[in-house]
Design a protein around this ligand. Structure first.
Ligand SMILES: [Zn+2]
Length: 304
């Protein structure tokens, strides 16, 4: 049985996701046509054109090949995967190896992402990667750093010095090549993937994102050491973190399989009391049953 899909709404932002450590983690923002991590590539993620992978651990990345294959199966254009640069080559190998098994290699657009290098999605939307604290050690000892991602809306606003001008005056200024607007960034959603507490929480576009998805893997009092060893956040860290964060809502993800959701909810209430009502668990949002993996009408090609 797949895990249920949570549907969270905050104003005009809608986030669909599932997150349980070691099983599956992803978050989809359908209206922005973006998703963070693949999980096992649920049906709801297949139609999303831009997917941002935080790191290579299986619970976040298992669905990579399936995502591209399903898009080919329903005649969608190749999807875009963005991932830490060092993962691009192994992912190319993965897709080739699957072609050896499956007989078909689906087209895929793979992009290496760098911290601070903006990725344009639409004229009014960029995604900015940032470094988090969750090093992944490859066999052989090489360490690959993980990334988080922030979706940022870009608006143009009239510069203060032109506020008293009339419409025709502004048109005239523009004609003369005067830049009358300034660029304004509105961080919408920041997704941290797996991480320990780190400097990235000081970044403006992370701490001011309207919705922050922050992992909180460990809850039990005697699991602080596990959190530190695995580069994860413990619920005890939140009290110290929250005053620094200006997010309207904070969704906790990646809860350990050892902890039941209602226990985690009680611990959260004990830890924070009424001090911070912005915080809840993603999996506490309204649950939806997942749709069938592919509707018969979606399939434009015969099943292999
Ligand atoms: Zn991980």
């Amino acid at each position: 049985m797949p895990l249920p899909l949570a549907e969270f709404r905050h104003g005009d932002l809608r986030i669909l996701g599932t997150s349980l450590a070691g099983e599956e983690s992803f978050a989809i923002v359908p209206e922005l046509n973006i998703a963070f991590d693949f999980g096992r590539a649920p049906r709801e993620l297949i139609g999303i054109d831009h997917v941002f992978l935080t790191h290579g651990h299986m619970d976040h990345a298992a669905g990579v090949a399936y995502y591209f294959s399903q898009r080919m199966f329903v005649d969608l254009p190749p999807g875009n995967l963005y991932a830490p640069g060092a993962l691009i080559e192994p992912i190319q190998h993965l897709l080739k190896t699957w072609a050896d098994i499956d007989g078909q290699e689906p087209p895929a657009r793979l992009h290496g992402a760098q911290p601070g290098q903006d990725i344009p999605i639409r004229r009014d939307l960029i995604v900015r990667p940032f470094k988090v604290v969750h090093p992944c050690r490859r066999p052989g000892g090489r360490v690959i750093e993980s990334l988080g991602y922030a979706a940022i809306e870009i608006r143009r606003k009239l510069k203060d010095e032109f506020h008293d001008r009339t419409g025709p005056q502004l048109v005239e200024l523009k004609k003369n090549g005067v830049e009358i607007t300034r660029r304004v960034e509105i961080p919408l959603v920041a997704y941290c993937g797996d991480t320990a507490v780190g400097d990235f929480l000081e970044l403006d576009y992370v701490r001011n994102a309207r919705v922050l998805l922050l992992e909180c893997t460990f809850v039990e009092a005697d699991h602080v050491d596990r959190a530190r060893a695995g580069c994860h956040i413990h619920i005890r860290d939140l009290r110290r973190l929250l005053p620094r964060l200006a997010n309207e809502r904070i969704l906790l993800t990646h809860l350990s399989r050892r902890t039941l959701l209602h226990q985690a909810r009680e611990t959260l209430r004990r830890e924070l009391g009424d001090a911070d009502k912005r915080v809840s668990f993603l999996m506490d949002a309204r649950r939806r049953r997942r749709g069938p993996r592919t509707r018969p009408n979606d399939a434009k090609r015969d099943s292999p």
